[in-house]
Write a protein that binds this ligand. Structure first.
Ligand code: PAF
Length: 510
């Protein structure tokens, strides 16, 4: 494809009509550094869309004239860098092009107060209004499928996600983690203004944030005053340093698993921001749903793609049912059952087929627990109070440090009520019966006729959703996905998009 530079807004429309492809859009204000390069190359590697980089220093987002005048302008180099790293087109409009004088069609937007009045909004009046106005204008001109933004400006990212949502724009936002220089300071176009001494100060600031993150992992708490004292002792001018909820930007609460520690400092004329995410444990995805909704297959793929542990709680109930039947244990007798449970160990081990085997008391039962005999009894056994209590405890132990995706029927409601993302996966009875029939892992299902399979599924649904303990119900904060008519990959991608929207990419780096 011929690489092009577009300078007029009118040319965009023509170009868009000719390319015959979806667009990845990477907005910038120029003076490109490795952070921008990462954005462009991520977009390039994500898909086969056409990549458009815009370079436009937006006067509306500068609250300080000197800052605007001094903003580094390196257009020739920016063009070279963009094309070298995956841009197919570069849009370099003039201010008059973006904001034609007297054009009543330009919408000057206001950023939402709750998100824009905190942090950088405290001292940069109108900054986020300017960002919203220019991005909205650019999105309407370019109409991209994906918008790529850095997490370095986390507050900007939240405000732009909100813009896309409230204006119902048909674009998905993809973010990349903050990119840091060799000495740990976040890459920023304004870094060129730093003197040697100022750079030393920002390095100290960034390393203090990182230190706080490490300490938080151990101690699960943070001492803001202590950090402020340390920064002040180096004569660092702190504009703000706040510990906040990562999405609402309200003060962090004790129960927040992921929180944001964000600060801005002044070094001479230059103002710099940095942040870290504090995490008590790694994130958890809870996937609940009825039998045959596709949750096992979907969960396995998600675990693999996001490099999370796969916790198949259904297999745990099946394995336990298998043992109780095999050893002829009268599970209706509470005392007897309690005694048996004391000595039970259920573990998962990856096998060579890149799946996992389930072992109960060191016996591999992966195949045997899929029999119709177990299918017909597992709901009953899993409704026993002692059984649930025991397995929920085991599941929580496995999930203690997070980093997992768990599937079952009570994950979001009972096992991990604080999971970061809760999905309720379901499908019509017809669809689920069809899937069961073609399930290569279940020979018995293949042998049963479709009508009987539907009746069995209905019976299982009824038992699961009416049992007294941990019935199958959708958690209030779960997102329901009806999978009829969708391929496995489509469902997996949808859940991964939801995960990426909630969980900062920075916390996903291992
Ligand atoms: O992050 C930036 O560089 C700018 O705020 C943006 C998104 C290009 C809008 O001018």
């Amino acid at each position: 494809m011929k690489k092009v530079i577009i300078r007029k807004t009118e040319e965009i429309e023509n170009w868009r009509r000719n390319i015959n492809s979806e667009i990845n859009f990477i907005p910038t204000m120029g003076n490109l550094h490795n952070g921008h390069i990462k954005l462009i190359s991520t977009a390039k590697n994500d898909n086969s869309n056409v990549n458009l980089v815009s370079i436009f220093i937006n006067p509306l987002q500068f609250d300080n004239k000197v800052d605007l005048e001094n903003y580094p302008k390196t257009i020739d180099n920016d063009i070279k860098i963009s094309f070298a790293h995956g841009a197919d087109a570069i849009f370099i409009p003039s201010t008059e092009d973006i904001y034609p004088p007297n054009n009543k069609n330009i919408k000057f937007l206001k950023a939402p107060k709750d998100l824009s009045s905190a942090l950088c909004g405290l001292n940069r009046t109108g900054h986020f209004d300017g960002v919203c106005t220019v991005v909205y204008r650019l999105l309407n001109l370019i109409k991209p499928k994906n918008l790529y933004l850095g997490e370095k400006d986390w507050q900007q990212l939240l405000i732009l996600k909100n813009l896309v949502l409230t204006k119902k724009l048909n674009v998905s936002i993809k973010s990349i983690p903050t990119q840091r220089d060799f000495d740990g300071i976040p890459l920023s176009s304004r870094n060129v203004h730093l003197s040697k001494n100022e750079r030393k100060l920002i390095r100290f600031f960034s390393s203090e944030l990182l230190e706080a993150k490490k300490n938080f992992q151990q101690e699960k708490k943070i001492n803001l005053k202590e950090i402020i004292k340390k920064l002040s002792s180096k004569k660092i001018l702190i504009e703000y340093l706040e510990h906040l909820h990562p999405h609402t930007l309200q003060t962090a609460r004790l129960e927040d698993n992921i929180s944001l520690l964000a600060g801005a400092i002044r070094c001479g004329e230059t103002r710099l921001i940095d942040h870290v995410f504090l995490m008590k444990r790694r994130p958890i995805i809870a996937i609940d749903g009825p039998a045959g909704s596709g949750k096992s297959t979907v969960t396995k793929f998600i675990a693999k793609k996001l490099k999370l542990l796969y916790l198949d709680t259904g297999s745990m109930y099946r394995a336990l049912s298998w043992l109780l039947i095999k050893e002829n244990i009268d599970y209706k007798k509470e005392k007897k059952l309690q005694n048996v449970l004391k000595d039970i160990s259920i573990v998962f081990k990856s096998n060579t087929n890149s799946y996992q085997d389930v072992f109960i008391n060191n016996y591999c039962v992966t195949e045997e627990i899929r029999s119709q005999e177990i299918s017909s009894i597992v709901s009953k056994i899993s409704s026993i109070k002692e059984v649930r209590k025991f397995l929920v405890k085991e599941q929580r132990k496995i999930g203690e440090s997070g980093g997992l995706v768990a599937e079952g029927r009570d994950i979001g409601t009972t096992v991990f009520p604080h999971a970061e993302l809760k999905i309720f996966l379901t499908a019509s009875i017809d669809e689920r019966a069809k899937r069961r029939k073609s399930d290569k892992n279940s020979k018995e299902s293949q042998e049963i006729d479709l009508h009987t399979l539907k009746e069995l599924i209905k019976k299982r649904d009824f038992e699961d959703s009416t049992r007294e303990i941990s019935p199958l119900i959708k958690a209030n904060d779960a997102i329901e996905i009806i999978t009829d008519g969708y391929s496995i990959n489509e469902v997996v991608d949808k859940i991964i998009d939801l995960y990426n929207d909630k969980i900062p990419k920075e916390t996903q780096i291992q």
